[in-house]
Design a protein around this ligand. Structure first.
Ligand code: SAM
Ligand code: SF4
Length: 335
């Protein structure tokens, strides 16, 4: 049975689902979590079987790209069972890409298995190459473990993109170190502007904000930048550095209007579907999922949610105050 694809009220086709499989994490990055986070009781989480059914329903409705995230997706117990399940959609060709965003801490354990199920590329978040600073920003993380995880991913043949949150006064002086390290390793690199997620104090946010136009200008002082036409339907814009050949991305959700081409929605580990990262509106898919073993009700709930996808977000730092701030943490919706 071929089903009509998901098209929102602004004629955007929804082909990309990001799934947060857990809100838990083995790190406590300062911009993402408080030190003493309260996590959801395990009983509230969708089971891996339920996550499989939900994601499979989305694939049946035309979703072609799945990104698994969290929290830290690789700390969810039994996560490889879920990946193995999703691999069947790669085999039929319905799913074009299965990927994940990870902090890298568990890659030594899982990289080979991920490659075996058909994952080709992964995003690894890394904000600094300095041991001390890494410990400071992640609170609980160890840089050596992450670098070893990245090495394991390379050995497994996974293509790696590094995601770095641009933080004023923190990794500004590492701009070239990080860029050159990525160039040597053959990694793409994307910088992300810090976003107002979770209640971490307004002063801290505005302080940490390092506009990517400034970062870009610094890069241009050393390399020759050429804008690339590449679009992913998300907030990333890309340039090529002539000297190293590498692709550098800029994710500027606060300063760039990217919503018109948005192709994505986000599912939390409790079955809430967020139609926009920057808006509070969400749809509960857990109830229709559990209401019946038949998927008709679930599909109907998904379509009703997509029909409410807003035109865009309201983040704004332009007056040195945080507007449009979201009270939920990034680990909830998965970034
Ligand atoms: N734990 C995994 C990781 O760190 O890659 C996946 C989840 S994490 C929430 C996804 C991405 O969101 C990471 O690249 C992280 O740096 C980014 N992130 C978290 N909080 C953020 C914030 N307040 N502003 C911008 N990016 C943020
Ligand atoms: Fe964990 Fe990722 Fe958030 Fe850091 S950014 S605390 S690694 S979920």
């Amino acid at each position: 049975m071929t089903l009509a694809p998901l098209i929102d009220p602004f004629a955007r086709a929804i082909s990309y689902l990001r799934v947060s499989v857990t809100d838990r994490c083995d790190f406590r990055c300062t911009y993402c979590m408080t030190e003493h986070m309260t996590f959801l009781p395990k009983a509230e989480l969708l089971t891996l079987e339920e996550l499989d059914r939900l994601c499979s329903t989305f694939v049946g409705l035309g979703v072609e790209k799945l990104r698994i995230t969290g929290g830290e997706p690789l700390v969810r117990k039994g996560i490889m069972t879920f990946f193995q399940g999703m691999a069947r959609h790669l085999e039929t060709g319905a799913l074009k890409e299965l990927t994940l965003t990870t902090n890298g801490s568990q890659l030594r354990k899982y990289a080979a298995d991920l490659a075996a199920v058909g994952v080709k590329r992964i995003n690894v978040s890394l904000d600094t190459l300095d041991d001390q600073k890494f410990a400071e920003i992640t609170r609980w993380g160890r840089l050596a473990q992450v670098l070893d995880g990245i090495a394991a991913a390379q050995e497994a043949g996974l293509k790696i993109k590094i995601n770095t949150v641009a933080l004023k006064g923190f990794n500004e002086e590492e701009l070239f170190t990080l860029t050159d390290w990525c160039a040597r390793q053959g990694f793409d690199l994307t910088f992300i502007e810090v976003m107002p997620m979770g209640d971490m104090g307004e002063a801290q946010r505005v302080d940490q904000y390092w506009p990517l136009k400034d970062l870009r200008a610094q890069l241009a002082s050393r390399y020759t930048l050429t804008d690339l036409p590449d679009r992913t339907g998300g907030p990333a814009r890309y340039v090529r550095l002539a000297e190293t050949g590498q692709r550098i991305g800029f994710i500027t959700p606060l300063t760039h209007n990217f919503c018109e081409s948005c192709n994505r929605v986000r599912l939390t580990c409790t079955g809430e579907l967020y139609m926009c990262l920057g808006q509070e509106d969400m749809a509960d898919l857990r109830a229709p999922l559990r209401a019946s073993p038949d998927d008709a009700q679930l599909r109907q709930a998904i379509r009703a949610a997509i029909a409410r996808k807003p035109k865009g977000h309201d983040f704004d730092y332009s007056r040195q105050v945080v507007k449009g701030q979201m009270t939920r943490h990034m680990s909830h919706t998965g970034g």
